[in-house]
Design a protein around this ligand. Structure first.
Ligand code: ARG
Length: 386
Protein backbone atom coordinates (compact mmCIF):
# COMPACT_ATOMS: atom_id res chain seq x y z
CA UNK A 1 0.00 0.00 0.00
CA UNK A 2 1.44 3.37 -0.96
CA UNK A 3 1.95 5.89 1.81
CA UNK A 4 -0.75 8.53 2.11
CA UNK A 5 0.69 11.50 0.33
CA UNK A 6 1.01 14.78 2.10
CA UNK A 7 -0.81 17.54 0.34
CA UNK A 8 0.95 20.83 0.76
CA UNK A 9 -0.69 24.22 0.56
CA UNK A 10 -1.91 25.49 -2.78
CA UNK A 11 0.97 27.91 -3.26
CA UNK A 12 3.66 25.31 -2.61
CA UNK A 13 2.09 22.80 -4.96
CA UNK A 14 1.45 25.47 -7.57
CA UNK A 15 5.11 26.52 -7.61
CA UNK A 16 6.23 22.92 -7.79
CA UNK A 17 3.87 22.10 -10.64
CA UNK A 18 4.62 25.24 -12.65
CA UNK A 19 8.33 24.64 -12.28
CA UNK A 20 7.95 21.11 -13.62
CA UNK A 21 5.67 22.23 -16.43
CA UNK A 22 7.90 25.10 -17.57
CA UNK A 23 11.07 23.06 -17.40
CA UNK A 24 9.74 19.90 -19.09
CA UNK A 25 8.21 22.00 -21.86
CA UNK A 26 11.24 24.33 -21.94
CA UNK A 27 9.00 27.40 -21.71
CA UNK A 28 10.17 30.92 -20.91
CA UNK A 29 8.42 33.09 -18.31
CA UNK A 30 8.24 30.84 -15.25
CA UNK A 31 9.00 33.65 -12.79
CA UNK A 32 6.25 35.90 -14.14
CA UNK A 33 3.71 33.09 -14.13
CA UNK A 34 4.54 32.13 -10.55
CA UNK A 35 4.14 35.75 -9.41
CA UNK A 36 0.81 35.98 -11.15
CA UNK A 37 -0.44 32.71 -9.65
CA UNK A 38 0.71 33.59 -6.13
CA UNK A 39 -1.07 36.89 -6.44
CA UNK A 40 -4.27 35.17 -7.53
CA UNK A 41 -3.97 32.67 -4.66
CA UNK A 42 -3.47 35.51 -2.17
CA UNK A 43 -6.73 37.12 -3.33
CA UNK A 44 -8.96 34.12 -4.01
CA UNK A 45 -7.38 31.08 -2.36
CA UNK A 46 -7.03 29.41 -5.76
CA UNK A 47 -6.00 30.13 -9.35
CA UNK A 48 -7.26 29.41 -12.82
CA UNK A 49 -4.88 27.20 -14.77
CA UNK A 50 -4.28 27.92 -18.43
CA UNK A 51 -5.59 25.30 -20.82
CA UNK A 52 -2.02 24.14 -21.55
CA UNK A 53 -1.24 23.88 -17.84
CA UNK A 54 -4.37 21.83 -17.29
CA UNK A 55 -3.59 19.62 -20.26
CA UNK A 56 -0.02 18.97 -19.20
CA UNK A 57 -1.05 18.54 -15.56
CA UNK A 58 -3.58 15.86 -16.46
CA UNK A 59 -0.91 14.04 -18.45
CA UNK A 60 1.47 14.24 -15.48
CA UNK A 61 -1.25 12.87 -13.22
CA UNK A 62 -1.45 9.85 -15.48
CA UNK A 63 2.33 9.53 -15.77
CA UNK A 64 2.52 9.40 -11.98
CA UNK A 65 -0.41 7.05 -11.40
CA UNK A 66 1.37 4.36 -9.51
CA UNK A 67 -1.22 1.68 -10.16
CA UNK A 68 -1.36 2.01 -13.94
CA UNK A 69 0.66 -0.29 -16.20
CA UNK A 70 -0.36 1.59 -19.38
CA UNK A 71 1.53 4.79 -18.67
CA UNK A 72 3.85 4.67 -21.68
CA UNK A 73 0.97 6.42 -23.46
CA UNK A 74 0.74 9.34 -21.00
CA UNK A 75 1.67 12.06 -23.49
CA UNK A 76 -1.10 10.93 -25.84
CA UNK A 77 -3.91 11.64 -23.39
CA UNK A 78 -6.69 13.65 -25.00
CA UNK A 79 -7.73 16.35 -22.54
CA UNK A 80 -11.19 17.90 -22.87
CA UNK A 81 -11.24 21.16 -20.97
CA UNK A 82 -14.85 21.60 -19.83
CA UNK A 83 -14.21 23.70 -16.73
CA UNK A 84 -17.00 26.12 -17.53
CA UNK A 85 -19.64 23.38 -17.80
CA UNK A 86 -21.45 23.26 -14.45
CA UNK A 87 -25.13 22.44 -15.00
CA UNK A 88 -26.20 18.83 -14.58
CA UNK A 89 -27.83 18.61 -18.00
CA UNK A 90 -24.72 19.99 -19.70
CA UNK A 91 -22.44 17.70 -17.73
CA UNK A 92 -24.55 14.75 -18.92
CA UNK A 93 -24.16 15.89 -22.53
CA UNK A 94 -20.41 16.12 -22.08
CA UNK A 95 -20.28 12.65 -20.52
CA UNK A 96 -22.06 11.26 -23.57
CA UNK A 97 -19.52 12.99 -25.79
CA UNK A 98 -16.73 11.53 -23.68
CA UNK A 99 -18.08 8.04 -24.40
CA UNK A 100 -17.90 8.74 -28.12
CA UNK A 101 -14.41 10.24 -27.97
CA UNK A 102 -13.06 7.41 -25.81
CA UNK A 103 -14.73 4.71 -27.88
CA UNK A 104 -13.33 6.14 -31.09
CA UNK A 105 -15.06 3.51 -33.20
CA UNK A 106 -13.52 0.68 -31.15
CA UNK A 107 -9.95 2.00 -31.43
CA UNK A 108 -10.25 3.11 -27.80
CA UNK A 109 -8.47 6.38 -27.12
CA UNK A 110 -7.38 7.67 -23.69
CA UNK A 111 -9.50 10.67 -22.83
CA UNK A 112 -10.14 12.84 -19.77
CA UNK A 113 -12.93 15.39 -19.44
CA UNK A 114 -12.18 18.01 -16.79
CA UNK A 115 -15.11 19.88 -15.24
CA UNK A 116 -15.01 22.86 -12.88
CA UNK A 117 -12.32 22.88 -10.19
CA UNK A 118 -13.41 22.45 -6.57
CA UNK A 119 -14.03 25.61 -4.61
CA UNK A 120 -11.03 26.32 -2.30
CA UNK A 121 -13.18 26.05 0.82
CA UNK A 122 -16.62 24.78 -0.22
CA UNK A 123 -15.26 21.75 -2.09
CA UNK A 124 -16.55 19.95 -5.19
CA UNK A 125 -18.87 21.82 -7.53
CA UNK A 126 -19.88 18.67 -9.35
CA UNK A 127 -19.58 15.01 -8.63
CA UNK A 128 -20.49 11.76 -10.28
CA UNK A 129 -21.64 9.10 -7.84
CA UNK A 130 -20.86 6.21 -10.17
CA UNK A 131 -17.36 4.80 -9.94
CA UNK A 132 -17.33 4.38 -13.73
CA UNK A 133 -19.52 5.77 -16.47
CA UNK A 134 -20.40 2.29 -17.70
CA UNK A 135 -21.28 -0.26 -15.02
CA UNK A 136 -23.70 -3.12 -14.63
CA UNK A 137 -26.30 -3.20 -11.88
CA UNK A 138 -26.05 -5.57 -8.95
CA UNK A 139 -29.50 -6.82 -7.91
CA UNK A 140 -29.59 -8.17 -4.38
CA UNK A 141 -32.08 -11.02 -3.95
CA UNK A 142 -32.01 -12.52 -0.46
CA UNK A 143 -28.54 -14.00 -0.26
CA UNK A 144 -27.85 -13.86 -3.99
CA UNK A 145 -26.80 -11.14 -6.37
CA UNK A 146 -27.81 -10.97 -10.01
CA UNK A 147 -25.30 -8.90 -11.98
CA UNK A 148 -22.25 -7.18 -10.53
CA UNK A 149 -22.05 -7.53 -6.74
CA UNK A 150 -19.68 -4.55 -6.65
CA UNK A 151 -22.57 -2.34 -7.75
CA UNK A 152 -25.26 -3.44 -5.27
CA UNK A 153 -24.95 -0.27 -3.18
CA UNK A 154 -24.91 2.04 -6.19
CA UNK A 155 -27.86 0.19 -7.73
CA UNK A 156 -29.86 0.58 -4.50
CA UNK A 157 -28.92 4.28 -4.34
CA UNK A 158 -30.21 4.82 -7.89
CA UNK A 159 -33.47 3.06 -7.03
CA UNK A 160 -33.84 5.15 -3.86
CA UNK A 161 -33.45 8.27 -5.96
CA UNK A 162 -36.39 7.15 -8.04
CA UNK A 163 -34.80 5.18 -10.88
CA UNK A 164 -37.27 2.75 -12.44
CA UNK A 165 -35.33 -0.49 -12.86
CA UNK A 166 -35.93 -2.68 -15.91
CA UNK A 167 -39.01 -4.92 -15.64
CA UNK A 168 -36.85 -8.03 -15.98
CA UNK A 169 -33.55 -7.49 -14.16
CA UNK A 170 -30.61 -9.19 -15.87
CA UNK A 171 -26.90 -9.68 -15.24
CA UNK A 172 -25.94 -6.83 -17.54
CA UNK A 173 -28.31 -3.89 -16.98
CA UNK A 174 -26.62 -0.51 -17.36
CA UNK A 175 -26.64 1.65 -14.25
CA UNK A 176 -27.87 5.22 -14.71
CA UNK A 177 -25.57 8.11 -13.90
CA UNK A 178 -26.11 10.08 -10.73
CA UNK A 179 -24.76 13.60 -11.08
CA UNK A 180 -24.66 16.02 -8.18
CA UNK A 181 -23.75 19.70 -8.36
CA UNK A 182 -23.68 22.47 -5.78
CA UNK A 183 -26.79 24.05 -7.30
CA UNK A 184 -28.80 20.95 -8.15
CA UNK A 185 -29.86 17.85 -6.24
CA UNK A 186 -28.45 14.48 -7.24
CA UNK A 187 -30.00 13.75 -10.61
CA UNK A 188 -30.51 10.46 -12.43
CA UNK A 189 -29.52 10.34 -16.08
CA UNK A 190 -30.03 7.26 -18.22
CA UNK A 191 -26.80 6.25 -19.93
CA UNK A 192 -27.22 6.67 -23.68
CA UNK A 193 -27.24 2.96 -24.44
CA UNK A 194 -26.45 3.38 -28.13
CA UNK A 195 -23.10 4.93 -27.14
CA UNK A 196 -22.08 1.99 -24.99
CA UNK A 197 -20.10 -0.58 -26.92
CA UNK A 198 -20.25 -4.07 -25.48
CA UNK A 199 -18.51 -7.29 -26.48
CA UNK A 200 -20.16 -10.69 -26.14
CA UNK A 201 -17.60 -13.22 -24.94
CA UNK A 202 -16.84 -16.35 -26.92
CA UNK A 203 -13.82 -18.65 -27.00
CA UNK A 204 -11.72 -19.48 -30.07
CA UNK A 205 -11.84 -23.23 -29.34
CA UNK A 206 -14.63 -23.96 -26.87
CA UNK A 207 -17.90 -23.34 -28.68
CA UNK A 208 -19.97 -23.80 -25.50
CA UNK A 209 -18.34 -20.75 -23.95
CA UNK A 210 -20.58 -18.35 -25.91
CA UNK A 211 -23.64 -19.99 -24.32
CA UNK A 212 -22.56 -18.70 -20.92
CA UNK A 213 -23.96 -15.38 -22.12
CA UNK A 214 -21.08 -13.34 -20.73
CA UNK A 215 -20.30 -9.90 -22.04
CA UNK A 216 -18.39 -6.78 -21.02
CA UNK A 217 -18.27 -3.15 -21.99
CA UNK A 218 -15.38 -1.84 -24.08
CA UNK A 219 -14.65 1.36 -22.19
CA UNK A 220 -13.47 1.71 -18.58
CA UNK A 221 -14.18 5.36 -17.62
CA UNK A 222 -13.23 6.05 -14.01
CA UNK A 223 -15.56 8.77 -12.78
CA UNK A 224 -15.10 9.06 -9.02
CA UNK A 225 -11.48 10.08 -8.65
CA UNK A 226 -10.19 13.51 -7.81
CA UNK A 227 -7.58 14.92 -10.15
CA UNK A 228 -5.12 17.18 -8.35
CA UNK A 229 -2.83 19.50 -10.29
CA UNK A 230 -0.66 22.20 -8.77
CA UNK A 231 -2.75 22.39 -5.60
CA UNK A 232 -6.08 22.56 -7.45
CA UNK A 233 -8.60 19.74 -7.09
CA UNK A 234 -10.90 18.58 -9.88
CA UNK A 235 -13.42 16.25 -8.27
CA UNK A 236 -15.28 15.77 -11.51
CA UNK A 237 -12.79 14.62 -14.12
CA UNK A 238 -13.75 11.26 -15.64
CA UNK A 239 -10.99 9.53 -17.60
CA UNK A 240 -10.56 6.34 -19.57
CA UNK A 241 -7.92 4.08 -21.04
CA UNK A 242 -8.51 0.75 -22.72
CA UNK A 243 -8.83 -2.61 -21.03
CA UNK A 244 -6.12 -5.10 -20.20
CA UNK A 245 -7.55 -8.62 -20.59
CA UNK A 246 -6.91 -9.58 -16.97
CA UNK A 247 -9.16 -6.83 -15.68
CA UNK A 248 -12.13 -8.49 -17.30
CA UNK A 249 -11.11 -12.15 -17.57
CA UNK A 250 -9.43 -12.59 -14.21
CA UNK A 251 -11.02 -10.00 -11.95
CA UNK A 252 -14.46 -8.96 -13.19
CA UNK A 253 -15.40 -12.47 -14.34
CA UNK A 254 -13.26 -14.54 -12.00
CA UNK A 255 -13.36 -12.87 -8.58
CA UNK A 256 -15.62 -14.64 -6.09
CA UNK A 257 -17.17 -11.32 -5.13
CA UNK A 258 -17.75 -10.25 -8.73
CA UNK A 259 -19.23 -12.47 -11.49
CA UNK A 260 -17.67 -15.57 -9.92
CA UNK A 261 -17.45 -17.60 -13.12
CA UNK A 262 -14.55 -19.96 -12.37
CA UNK A 263 -16.71 -22.92 -11.36
CA UNK A 264 -19.04 -22.36 -14.27
CA UNK A 265 -16.15 -22.36 -16.75
CA UNK A 266 -14.52 -25.33 -15.00
CA UNK A 267 -17.78 -27.25 -15.40
CA UNK A 268 -17.80 -26.45 -19.13
CA UNK A 269 -14.24 -27.73 -19.35
CA UNK A 270 -15.14 -30.80 -17.29
CA UNK A 271 -12.31 -30.14 -14.86
CA UNK A 272 -11.77 -31.95 -11.61
CA UNK A 273 -12.64 -29.30 -9.02
CA UNK A 274 -12.46 -31.61 -6.01
CA UNK A 275 -8.89 -30.61 -5.23
CA UNK A 276 -7.21 -27.20 -5.55
CA UNK A 277 -3.98 -28.84 -6.62
CA UNK A 278 -5.47 -29.82 -9.96
CA UNK A 279 -5.10 -26.07 -10.69
CA UNK A 280 -8.62 -25.99 -12.10
CA UNK A 281 -8.93 -22.34 -11.13
CA UNK A 282 -5.82 -21.38 -13.12
CA UNK A 283 -7.14 -23.38 -16.06
CA UNK A 284 -10.54 -21.67 -15.92
CA UNK A 285 -8.96 -18.21 -15.59
CA UNK A 286 -6.76 -18.92 -18.60
CA UNK A 287 -9.77 -19.87 -20.69
CA UNK A 288 -11.64 -16.74 -19.54
CA UNK A 289 -8.69 -14.54 -20.51
CA UNK A 290 -8.40 -16.22 -23.91
CA UNK A 291 -12.10 -15.58 -24.44
CA UNK A 292 -11.75 -11.91 -23.57
CA UNK A 293 -8.79 -11.36 -25.90
CA UNK A 294 -10.35 -13.37 -28.70
CA UNK A 295 -13.73 -11.65 -28.49
CA UNK A 296 -12.39 -8.09 -28.31
CA UNK A 297 -10.04 -8.74 -31.23
CA UNK A 298 -12.79 -10.35 -33.29
CA UNK A 299 -15.00 -7.32 -32.60
CA UNK A 300 -12.15 -4.94 -33.52
CA UNK A 301 -12.14 -3.39 -30.07
CA UNK A 302 -8.82 -2.34 -28.62
CA UNK A 303 -7.58 -4.49 -25.73
CA UNK A 304 -4.14 -5.33 -24.33
CA UNK A 305 -2.66 -8.66 -23.35
CA UNK A 306 -0.29 -8.88 -20.38
CA UNK A 307 2.82 -9.67 -22.47
CA UNK A 308 2.50 -6.62 -24.68
CA UNK A 309 1.52 -4.38 -21.80
CA UNK A 310 4.45 -5.51 -19.62
CA UNK A 311 6.91 -4.89 -22.44
CA UNK A 312 5.44 -1.45 -22.99
CA UNK A 313 5.69 -0.67 -19.31
CA UNK A 314 9.38 -1.60 -19.41
CA UNK A 315 9.78 0.95 -22.18
CA UNK A 316 8.05 3.51 -20.00
CA UNK A 317 10.49 2.69 -17.18
CA UNK A 318 13.44 3.18 -19.53
CA UNK A 319 12.08 6.48 -20.83
CA UNK A 320 11.56 7.77 -17.29
CA UNK A 321 15.07 6.75 -16.36
CA UNK A 322 16.50 8.50 -19.42
CA UNK A 323 14.57 11.63 -18.41
CA UNK A 324 16.15 11.42 -14.96
CA UNK A 325 12.88 10.70 -13.18
CA UNK A 326 12.01 7.97 -10.70
CA UNK A 327 9.55 5.33 -11.85
CA UNK A 328 6.73 5.67 -9.37
CA UNK A 329 4.79 2.48 -9.05
CA UNK A 330 2.77 0.23 -6.81
CA UNK A 331 4.25 -3.19 -7.42
CA UNK A 332 1.14 -5.05 -6.33
CA UNK A 333 -1.03 -3.15 -8.81
CA UNK A 334 1.44 -3.22 -11.67
CA UNK A 335 1.67 -6.98 -11.31
CA UNK A 336 -2.02 -6.95 -10.60
CA UNK A 337 -4.00 -10.00 -11.24
CA UNK A 338 -1.82 -11.87 -13.67
CA UNK A 339 -1.83 -15.46 -12.49
CA UNK A 340 1.56 -16.17 -13.96
CA UNK A 341 3.29 -13.09 -12.65
CA UNK A 342 6.89 -14.21 -13.12
CA UNK A 343 6.35 -14.58 -16.88
CA UNK A 344 6.29 -10.82 -17.24
CA UNK A 345 9.21 -8.41 -16.92
CA UNK A 346 7.27 -6.01 -14.69
CA UNK A 347 7.48 -8.65 -11.97
CA UNK A 348 11.24 -8.57 -11.76
CA UNK A 349 11.95 -5.12 -10.43
CA UNK A 350 10.79 -2.68 -7.78
CA UNK A 351 9.32 0.79 -8.09
CA UNK A 352 9.53 4.09 -6.24
CA UNK A 353 6.64 3.89 -3.79
CA UNK A 354 6.11 7.63 -3.34
CA UNK A 355 2.93 9.17 -4.78
CA UNK A 356 3.60 12.70 -6.01
CA UNK A 357 1.13 15.23 -7.39
CA UNK A 358 -0.26 15.82 -9.98
CA UNK A 359 -2.15 12.58 -9.47
CA UNK A 360 -5.54 10.96 -9.16
CA UNK A 361 -6.99 10.33 -5.70
CA UNK A 362 -10.16 8.71 -4.46
CA UNK A 363 -12.90 11.33 -4.47
CA UNK A 364 -14.84 12.23 -1.37
CA UNK A 365 -17.50 9.57 -1.51
CA UNK A 366 -21.08 10.61 -1.43
CA UNK A 367 -22.40 9.30 1.88
CA UNK A 368 -25.56 8.03 0.24
CA UNK A 369 -23.69 5.55 -1.90
CA UNK A 370 -21.80 4.00 0.95
CA UNK A 371 -22.87 1.25 3.27
CA UNK A 372 -22.91 2.67 6.82
CA UNK A 373 -20.15 0.26 7.79
CA UNK A 374 -17.88 1.72 5.11
CA UNK A 375 -18.53 5.38 5.79
CA UNK A 376 -16.04 5.91 8.57
CA UNK A 377 -13.31 4.17 6.61
CA UNK A 378 -13.32 7.01 4.15
CA UNK A 379 -11.41 10.01 5.26
CA UNK A 380 -13.48 13.17 4.69
CA UNK A 381 -10.79 14.75 2.52
CA UNK A 382 -10.84 11.75 0.27
CA UNK A 383 -7.34 10.61 0.93
CA UNK A 384 -6.28 7.17 -0.12
CA UNK A 385 -7.25 4.87 2.73
CA UNK A 386 -7.35 1.38 1.25
N1 ARG B 1 -10.31 -2.59 -13.51
C1 ARG B 1 -11.37 -1.70 -13.87
C2 ARG B 1 -12.49 -2.49 -14.53
O1 ARG B 1 -12.36 -3.65 -14.75
C3 ARG B 1 -10.91 -0.62 -14.81
C4 ARG B 1 -9.79 0.24 -14.29
C5 ARG B 1 -9.12 1.09 -15.36
N2 ARG B 1 -8.52 0.25 -16.37
C6 ARG B 1 -7.93 0.69 -17.49
N3 ARG B 1 -7.49 -0.20 -18.32
N4 ARG B 1 -7.76 1.96 -17.73
O2 ARG B 1 -13.52 -1.96 -14.88
Amino acid sequence: MPPVEHEGDVATEAIEFLTTYYSERRLPGLRERIDQVLDEIAHTGAYWQTESELTYGAKLAWRQSTRCIGRVRWAGLKVRDRRTVTRTADIATELAEHLVAGDNGGRIQSVITVFAPDHPTAGPRARIWNDQLVRYCGWQFDDQVLGDPAQVTMTAAAVRLGWRPPAEPSRFDLLPWVIETTDEDPTLVDVPRHLVREVALSHPVHAWFADLGLRWHALPVISNMRLRIGGIDYSCAPFNGHYLSDEIGTRNMGDADRYDQLRVVAAGLDLDTSDESTLWREHAVLVLNQAVLHSFRAADVRISDPHTESELFMRFCEAEKRAGRPVYGDWSWINGSVGWAALYPVHHRYYDTRVPNPNFWPGTPSTQTLEPSLRDRHHPTGQRVH
